[in-house]
Structure formats: structure tokens, C-alpha cells
Design a binder for this molecule. Structure first.
Ligand code: NDP
Ligand code: 2IT
Length: 447
């Protein structure tokens, strides 16, 4: 296992996020390889994407200036279904980040129980401060290359950071024009053109369903619990809504400029205000503290400063912004303030040091590939509805989502138990996610 990791590092020394994601999974797989030594060959192949596409995206801004961005699609693994995973538009996007996300997606999608392989893509384009028509021109240019590499039975992208309903709409329109067909080639679509009810809510709702199951193993619940949420985008907003549904009190939200702490709690009216701020007005979370009384805003400071959001006194923490947003020292702050459970809404928001701190201190900890799988699971349900040319009701989709999250929890919990690591959801999720892909790979032959 060590040699596989060393080779990954030596091959691409400039991809630290990818190394981090690979190391975490490989660290869990020892007992599986002991039982099934033949899976070692699967592991050697799995750390290399099946295909990586990189391309140029030229577009003109509203003043007529040319910009040239870089686009990617990492088609990581298709052993159990078409490549499936989001597109991220953020200035930090590079191959390391997309390979880490694509690698995580393989295990996550396997855990959903649906037939989806893993992929990820995106661009270093920054949608912040761009007009709708600039975003449209960018999306059209992006799709003018990507369309030839994707398809409803081949690779089905969706949203991620910086890619929401608006972007998916423009991307879908361009695909439809170029491919001259109307298929479920993207998920997260708008309701009038093949989207699924509950897909916008799914990642946040699913996260809270998973955390609820985790708390129940200790006879705890969200009822009356205070909750720290980071981020204020898609995942954070609907995590907040479901926490409220279950009787919890969310007290924080953030964006890249800083965080707000609302001791009285972010209630439904205030959440509706945040949704309007973020989704329609595209404003900054600081405005919340200017609009509501008794709210503190703390500006974010660069490392080595610690993010004081994680020093908030809460029962549950849901990091829902981005990778590596909670380091070991920040995890200690959460432990010191008595946190019971941490469930990742973002992908890999906790560093390996942070995860160790939680596990050592008996904090319930859910890795994103299990706890944020509700988004892609509901994308899978959107694909099914598109193939059937049907649409299911809100309740039907929500019930299926909840069932999937309960199953993922059970699977990760039982697998950790079976391999002698009770309560270790990291090991449970990695092993359970791996086994299905490994069995499928062996059955189909090493390719
Ligand atoms: P959005 O773009 O809707 O929101 C992202 C939020 O995180 C914003 O508040 C943003 O602040 C903040 N953020 C992003 N990058 C940084 C950064 N470098 N530093 C500080 N804050 C940052 O994205 P989503 O809510 O969709 O995604 C959030 C996380 O959840 C990501 O890790 C994503 O991969 C993961 N995820 C998303 C799923 C989905 O279905 N959308 C499914 C599963 C996981 P600002 O606006 O200031 O940049
Ligand atoms: O990280 C993720 O799982 C997502 N961004 C959602 C992917 C999807 O295909 O719905």
C-alpha cells in the first residue's frame, strides 16, 4: 500500500490535495487487502484516472476583452456506471483539486448504491462579479469543448462550487444545441427542462439525515442542539433548513470573507433572507450582521490565524464550504467547546490532523464521501427520471433520498464494525465504497 502511495506522490509531486485524498483511502484498506490480496491490483489501477481532458476556454467580457480560462474533466472510474460528478468554477481549480474530488467521487457514488462511476471537472473561472451574460458566454465556450466528451450513458456532470442552477441551464442549452439531442446529460437542471424536485436541497438535507442517524447511535438528536455551519452556498443553506426542521438551532454561516455568529439562532425568516442574498443578489454574508440585530461578523484572516467560527460553543458542526477548512488546531477548539458530532457537507473540509483529533476524542465524525452523498444520489434519481421520461413528486424523491442516507449510514457503520473499527465512519465508508468497485473491476478484468 505504501508503495502505491509513494508512486502516486512521485508521479505528480505538485498535487497535494490528490495525495491527501489517496492516502486517507489507502490507510483504510489494509484489512481488506489482507482478506483479498487479489484486490491489490485494483488499488494500483484505481489511483490513476481512466482519462483526463484539459482544454482552452476563450470568452469575451462585457467590455470586449478576451479572457482565456482552463477547463478540465477528470473521468476517474467507470467500473460501476457512467462517470458522474460535479463541475467546479473557482479560481483555485487545478488538476490536483479535481483529481482529489474525482477520486472521492468514485467511493461516494459507490456508497449511494446507484450505478454511477466517478468523475469531476471544472475551470479556474471565477463567476464572482461577472454579469449573467458573461457567465452565459463562458458556459457556452466551456461546453463547446466538453460536449464531445460527455453523454447521458457516458459522463453526466452536475454542479459544485460556483456552478448552480444558472450555470447548469446555460451548459445544458449549449449541449442540446451542439449534440442536437435532449437527454439527461447534466443533473441539477431546472424543473421545466428535466430537473428533479429536491435536487437543490439534496446535499444539505442528506447531510442532516446522515448526522441524525449518527447522533441516534448515542441516543442524541438535533432537537435543541446548537449547530455551527460554514459556507452559505447550496449545501450550507439546505443543511440549515433541515436542522431547523429537526428542531436544532443553527448559529453560524460563512463565506470566504468571514463568518456571522447569531446567538439567537438563524431562523426560517433569516434563512430565507440569506437565500435571497446569496442566490439572487449574490451578496456577502457580512450584510447579515448589518441587517439583523445582535449578530457578530468576524472577517476571515489568512493562515496561520485560526478560524474562530470553530471556537463557537456548539453540539454539532457541519463544515459546508471547501476542502481543508478545519485544521488540527481548529478541531481542538471544537473539541474544547464540547462538540458531539462533526459531519462533512463539503468534500474533505477536515484535514487529516483534524480527523485524528475528532477520532481520538470520541467525537462522532462523518467523512464527506458518506455524509454529503445525498446530492449525487439525487442526481442519480434525476438520471432515472430522465430515462423514464417521468418526474416524481417532492415527497417521493425526499423519501428515496432519506432511505439512501440511512442505508449509507448503516453500511458505513456495519462495515467499520465488521473490520474491527467500531464507530470509525472513515474506515467504514472507504472500505464499503471500495468493495463494490473492486468486485466490479475484478469481474470485468483489469483494463
Ligand atoms: P456554493 O458555490 O454554492 O457555495 C460555496 C460556499 O463555500 C460559499 O459560501 C463560498 O464562499 C464558500 N467557499 C468556497 N470556497 C471557499 C474558500 N476557498 N474559502 C472559504 N470559503 C469558500 O457550493 P456548494 O455549496 O455546492 O459546495 C460546498 C461544498 O460542498 C464543496 O466542497 C462541494 O464540493 C461540496 N459538495 C457539493 C455538492 C452539491 O451538490 N452542490 C454535493 C456534495 C458536496 P464565497 O462565495 O465567498 O466563495
Ligand atoms: O461532490 C459532489 O458529490 C457533487 N458536487 C455533486 C455531484 C453530482 O453529480 O450531483
Amino acid at each position: 500500500m505504501k508503495s502505491v502511495y509513494e508512486r502516486v506522490k512521485a508521479r505528480d509531486p505538485d498535487q497535494p490535495e490528490f495525495h491527501q485524498a489517496v492516502e486517507e483511502v489507502l490507510d483504510s484498506l489494509g484489512p481488506v487487502i489482507e482478506d483479498n490480496p487479489e484486490f491489490m491490483d485494483v488499488v494500483k489501477g484505481m489511483v490513476e484516472p481512466e482519462r483526463v481532458i484539459q482544454f482552452r476556454i476563450p470568452w469575451y467580457d462585457d467590455d470586449g476583452n478576451l479572457h482565456v480560462n482552463r477547463g478540465f474533466r477528470v473521468q476517474f472510474n467507470s467500473a460501476i456506471g457512467p462517470y458522474k460528478g460535479g463541475l467546479r468554477f473557482h479560481p483555485s481549480v487545478n488538476l490536483s483539486i479535481l483529481k482529489f474530488l474525482g477520486f472521492e467521487q468514485v467511493f461516494k457514488n459507490s456508497l449511494t448504491g446507484l450505478p454511477m462511476g466517478g468523475g469531476k471537472g471544472g475551470s479556474d473561472f471565477d463567476p464572482k462579479g461577472k454579469s449573467d451574460s458573461e457567465v452565459m458566454r463562458f458556459c457556452q465556450s466551456f461546453m463547446s469543448e466538453l460536449w464531445r466528451h460527455i453523454g447521458a450513458d457516458l459522463d453526466v456532470p452536475a454542479g459544485d462550487i460556483g456552478v448552480g442552477g444558472r450555470e447548469i441551464g446555460y451548459l445544458f442549452g449549449m449541449y442540446r444545441k451542439l449534440a442536437n439531442e435532449f437527454t439527461g446529460v447534466l443533473t441539477g437542471k431546472g424543473l421545466p427542462y428535466g430537473g428533479s424536485l429536491i435536487r437543490p436541497e439534496a446535499t444539505g438535507y442528506g447531510l442532516v439525515y446522515f448526522a441524525r442517524e449518527m447522533l441516534a447511535t448515542k441516543d442524541k438528536s438535533f432537537d435543541g442542539a446548537t449547530v455551527a455551519i460554514s459556507g452559505s452556498g447550496n449545501v450550507a443553506q439546505f443543511a440549515c433548513e433541515k436542522v431547523l426542521d429537526l428542531g436544532g438551532k443553527p448559529v453560524t454561516m460563512s463565506d470566504s470573507s468571514g463568518y456571522i455568529y447569531d446567538e439567537a439562532g438563524i431562523d426560517r425568516d433569516k434563512l430565507a433572507w440569506i437565500m435571497d442574498l446569496k442566490n439572487n443578489r449574490r451578496g456577502r454574508i457580512k450584510e447579515y450582521s448589518e441587517n439583523f440585530d445582535g449578530v457578530d461578523f468576524t472577517e476571515s484572516k489568512p493562515e496561520p490565524n485560526l478560524n474562530q467560527l470553530w471556537a463557537t460553543n456548539v453540539d454539532v458542526a457541519l463544515p459546508c464550504a471547501t476542502q481543508n477548512e478545519v485544521n488540527g488546531d481548529e478541531a481542538k477548539m471544537l473539541v474544547d467547546s464540547g462538540v458531539m458530532a462533526v459531519a462533512e457537507g463539503a468534500n474533505m473540509p477536515c484535514t487529516p490532523e483534524a480527523v485524528e483529533v475528532f477520532l481520538e476524542n470520541g467525537v462522532l465524525f462523518a467523512p464527506g464521501k458518506a455524509s454529503n452523498a445525498g446530492g449525487v444520489a439525487t442526481s442519480g434519481l434525476e438520471m432515472s427520471q430522465n430515462s423514464l421520461r417521468m418526474s416524481w413528486s417532492r415527497d417521493e424523491v425526499d423519501q428515496k433520498l432519506e432511505g439512501i442516507m440511512v442505508n449509507i449510514h448503516k453500511n458505513a457503520y456495519n462495515t467499520a464494525d465488521r473490520y474491527g473499527m467500531p464507530g470509525n465512519y472513515v474506515a467504514g465508508a472507504n472500505i464499503a465504497g471500495f468493495l463494490k468497485v473492486a468486485e466490479a473491476t475484478m469481474a470485468q478484468g483489469i483494463l
